[in-house]
Write a protein that binds this ligand. Sequence first.
Ligand code: ADP
Length: 451
Amino acid sequence: PYLNTLLKQIYDEFYVSDEKVDEIIKGFHDEMRAGLDEHNVLLPMIPSYVTGRPTGKESGSYLALDLGGTNLRVCLVTLNGDSTFDMIQQKFTISQEAKDFTLFDWIAQCVDIFLEENKISYDDFTKPTPCAFTFSFPIDQTGIARGNLIMWNKGFSVPNAVGRDIVTLTQNAFTRKHVNVKIVAIINDTIGSLMASAYTNPNCYMGIIFGTGTNACYWEKVSNIKKWSTGNLDRNPDEMIVNMEWGAFDNKLQVLPFTPHDNKLNRKSQNHGLQVFEKMISGMYLGEVIRNAILWLVDRRVLFGGRSSEILNNAYSLDTAYVSVIVADDSPNLDEVRMFIESTLSIPGTTFTDRAVVKNVCKLIGGRAKRLSAAAMCAVLLWRPEVLDNPITIGVDGSMYQFYPKFAESLKVEAIRVLGKEKADNLNIILSKDGSGVGAAVVAMTVSKPA
Ligand code: ADP
């Protein structure tokens, strides 16, 4: 009975009601409005300078660079003009020396090797190959191919880069190495996701990442972006992609269903008080919230006979990939859950009740992640409800979307409830694999050949 009382308490804390979803959607709209009106508010709502929609008929070869925390990917994407494309790519592991000192020259060297090894020759040296750069560090973007580095993270510390334009730094290194490539755009991974899907589905309206972190972007009317002036553009576009940085939603802690287990995670995290929405739903954090809840039950001696293990005691030891496996285990004795607890966590001799409790806690907290993810997507769709009068596509990437059980279905179910069946039927949610390659190339293409 004590176990049931505690489980009920956890259930009440993590349960997200329809009313809560509606409240969250309203909260999103308030923060989106503020972010579009003013600088330096909670939700950054960053204008991307991407203004041209692809039609799928474009052709040509474009380079894409994708700099993440561990690898640099160099891709050559050939758009075939019929919504199909071919791609060759090469991955280079970023050395500590590059992270600390030589990054930009190292990037130029990698591009040089890639072009050489793949025998990509230039027909015409006056026409450099256009390239888009997916750059996963915070920048203050001031043009489609201009952005000053705000700070390094993920263990990078190249000197004399903070405050300077990343495109100039990279382009100068290309010049030093005689690499005949011109960076025409700098983007992030959500924009890559949107644009990669848009090449095959030109009605693509939104790009979302549910991976290590979470973020989204969508097409906004330029007249709605009040904080921004068109001074930096040579045309007057009607629409522009806005990078929401929605992981920062509710950093004031007003709307989201915070539990003591979320607060514990937040308090101990490096970016305390930041990215609080991301901390409830993304792959990096979901396992850790669940670990906190499991330990809370262990400490009250209702789980594993009150025993933990060194592994379970370690922060971030419960990888979200395991959560997917646990939730999907429908075997009568919960054999996968047993394997996880007894082998992976090294807690021997589980009872069926132990395993059932672990599975239920995973389902509950993972279910909250799905519900909140769907709420965020619906908030963006309801922001401009007229876009749902016609069929639209949403391009989604990331392991949570791909592998968490029934993640995609959950987005659809919530969309039907919130938007109504008729509008939800206009929604085509697709996996947008590899946006930072194809999507970046598509951006390079739209920039090189403005619509
Ligand atoms: P990234 O977002 O870094 O590009 P991914 O989309 O692959 O990369 O996301 C990695 C995150 O997804 C990690 O936090 C990992 O724990 C989590 N993850 C990996 N596999 C799964 C899975 N099967 N189910 C749920 N989450 C997963």
